[in-house]
Ligand binder design. Structure first.
Ligand SMILES: Nc1ncnc2c1ncn2[C@@H]1O[C@H](COP(=O)(O)OP(=O)(O)OP(=O)(O)O)[C@@H](O)[C@H]1O
Ligand SMILES: [Mg+2]
Length: 271
């Protein structure tokens, strides 16, 4: 597992010719039409692209939160027709998904309610403590969200998602609401988690540097109506860390190439 966690077997997710249209003020808006990609189990795949191009929409289609207007999404070979067991969505706005009236441990335990029925009290507590440790919140078990920093609250949300043992974690700009240093710490945290447990991560971000640092693969979308502009394997070795990985010439080359491609599209001067 030096380069990636990817398992060379049947893809865990397949997007086949997906289209999404919305009716806006009596008019049809095509966000994309004809997006296809295949995501291997164990990938850390980021989706980048200009603002409004349809990144979140694509993630919602994959998660089953939105239905495609055309084409289909397969999860483990089965057509996605609604939110599927085994896929969990982590939103950017942790303040909207955390329960303010529950402590850290109670928030995390909530994830167990639908996924692990029939556990004893001790088993539930042990499991919660395991995830508290995984996200580095030991000592804060009985704190309420208002007593935590933004980064700590996002850790709670991540632990609550992971305790359900999802095979796919869908993250929509999960770190964009925290400061730069906290963001760097959370990036290392999610990478360490991804390398510790068997989870496939689909990660939407505006930030090309973040995508290159984290991902085994990046899909870059064009402006709306979006197409896949580039599908790039990120050939930087794992484990990665903020100091050494970001100093590698290959990191800079990949970041520069992807940034130029998205920036020129945003400016409207891309080929
Ligand atoms: N529920 C909806 N109804 C109508 N239009 C929508 C809806 N959701 C998204 N859209 C439109 O679809 C397009 C893509 O939106 P989306 O949120 O997927 O973009 P994005 O790439 O995630 O943008 P950002 O980078 O700003 O988060 C936008 O034009 C948006 O206005
Ligand atoms: Mg978005």
């Amino acid at each position: 597992m030096t380069a990636t966690n990817e398992v060379q077997s049947a893809p865990i997710i397949e997007v086949r010719n997906a289209a999404k249209r919305f009716a806006v003020n009596g008019q049809s808006l095509t966000v994309f039409d004809g997006i296809s990609c295949s995501i291997p189990q164990g990938a850390f795949l980021s989706i980048v692209g200009p603002s409004g191009c349809g990144k979140s929409t694509l993630l919602k289609l994959i998660s089953g939160l939105e239905a495609p207007s055309g084409g289909e999404i397969l999860f483990n070979g089965k057509k996605v027709t609604g939110p599927a067991d085994g896929m969990i969505y982590v939103f950017q706005q942790y303040t909207k998904s955390i329960f303010p009236w529950r402590t850290v441990i109670q928030n995390i335990e909530f994830g167990l309610n639908s996924h692990k029925k029939g556990l004893s009290r001790t088993e539930r507590e042990d499991l919660c403590r395991h995830y508290v440790k995984l996200v580095g919140l030991e000592g804060y078990e009985n704190y309420f969200p208002y007593q935590l920093s933004g980064g700590m609250q996002q850790r709670v949300v991540i632990a609550r998602a992971l305790i359900c043992e999802p095979s796919v974690l869908l993250m929509d700009e999960p770190f964009s609401a925290v400061d730069a240093l906290t963001r760097a710490i959370l990036q290392e945290l999610i990478l360490n988690i991804w390398r510790t447990i068997p989870v496939t991560i689909l990660f939407v971000t505006h930030d090309v540097e973040e995508a290159v640092f984290l991902s085994s693969r990046i899909i870059s979308l064009t402006k709306s109506p979006a197409k896949i502009h580039e599908d790039v394997a990120i050939d930087l070795a794992y484990p990665r860390d903020q100091i050494t990985t970001r100093a590698e010439p290959r990191f800079h080359a990949l970041r520069q190439r992807l940034f130029a491609s998205i920036f020129l599209q945003e400016k409207g001067v891309a080929p």
